[in-house]
Design a protein around this ligand. Structure first.
Ligand code: NDP
Length: 288
């Protein structure tokens, strides 16, 4: 069996088009959805991610602004910048690109963002709401994966889902989202004794680790849906995921490529959350 390759780029564009209509409706009523992105230091990968996010907002006609801050900025100054953006009525979404320099606490920074503008969904309140099944802003990457699964009509309810990775930004929220949709969910980590035992049980396998070639064909159930979140750069400069794409695609039912799978969806979900925030803060549109 050769897997159906899930075209994340095409689905991401379709999703962006749907949210553009909602953004246009807001603009017609005098509200221009606005996203502020803060980037600290000059991590080249972070710069690429920020550029792609800003470009996506621009394509949909949103306002976006980037605040580039030096790596030696004090934590207090960064928090003040976030507070100013919290108070700015033209800004509906605030995103602080991670990682931050070691002298700055990620937690303090994320907790300072107004929950109603937390379009990345990383604030503890938003993560807690997700646990309770009351999502405020679903974190963009797992939300994008869920959207890919739904757009491809892959059933979730009653299926065995295995998530490899337990970060607060991908693995844990992903597992919760699948759980809320009725899947039976296992979460695997670096401490899991027999990873292949679990991955072979998966009807839906989401891999978010950051290790090229971690998942090989013998670890995948025939016909499974395999969603590869990993982004790794090889010595030759090529981008690859965590899944050995060439061999796994001969066994899986569906598979996402890297690049062109989950990555573009993450960005579309950021656009979605920014428009959603603007709807809610302005009291216009459905806000759902
Ligand atoms: P983290 O480093 O925060 O988490 C990685 C997780 O993988 C940890 O929970 C770790 O377990 C687990 N892990 C490590 N080694 C193994 C192993 N051998 N077997 C099983 N589990 C293992 O990473 P992130 O969640 O932030 O990101 C994961 C990947 O996804 C990265 O490649 C990142 O670049 C990519 N990414 C892609 C995005 C996109 O838009 N496509 C967005 C965000 C991330 P433990 O907790 O025990 O250490």
């Amino acid at each position: 069996m050769t897997a159906q390759i899930i075209d994340g780029k095409a689905i991401a564009e379709q999703v962006r088009g749907e949210w553009k209509k909602r953004a246009d409706a807001l603009k017609a009523q005098g509200v221009l959805p606005g996203l502020a992105v803060i980037i600290v230091g000059d991590n080249p990968a972070s710069k690429v991610y920020v550029r792609n996010k800003v470009r996506a907002c621009h394509d949909v006609g949103l306002h976006s602004e980037v605040h580039e801050l030096p790596a030696d900025i004090t934590e207090a100054m960064l928090l003040k910048q976030i507070q100013d953006l919290n108070a700015n009525p033209d800004i509906h979404g605030i995103l602080v690109q991670l990682p931050l320099p070691d002298h700055i606490s990620d937690d303090k920074v994320l907790e300072t963002i107004d929950v109603e503008k937390d379009v990345d969904g990383f604030h503890l309140y938003n993560l807690g709401a997700l646990v309770a099944g009351n999502t405020v802003f679903p974190p963009c990457t797992p939300y994008g994966v869920q959207c890919l699964i739904e757009h491809t009509n892959i059933p979730i309810e009653g299926q065995n889902a295995v998530v490899v990775g337990r970060s607060n930004i991908v693995g844990k929220p992903m597992a919760l989202m699948l759980l809320h949709k009725g899947a039976t969910v296992s979460i695997c980590t670096s401490k899991t004794r027999d990873l292949a035992f679990y991955t072979r049980l998966a009807d839906i396998l989401v891999v978010a680790v950051g290790r090229p070639g971690l998942i090989t064909a013998d670890m995948v159930k025939e016909g499974a849906a395999v969603l590869d979140v990993g982004i790794n750069r090889t010595d030759e400069g090529k981008l690859v995921g965590d899944v050995d794409f060439e061999s796994v695609k001969e066994k899986a039912g569906h598979i996402t490529p890297v690049p062109g799978g989950v990555g573009p969806m993450t960005i579309s979900m950021l656009v979605a959350n920014t428009v959603l925030a603007a709807e809610r803060l302005s009291g216009l549109g459905s806000g759902k």
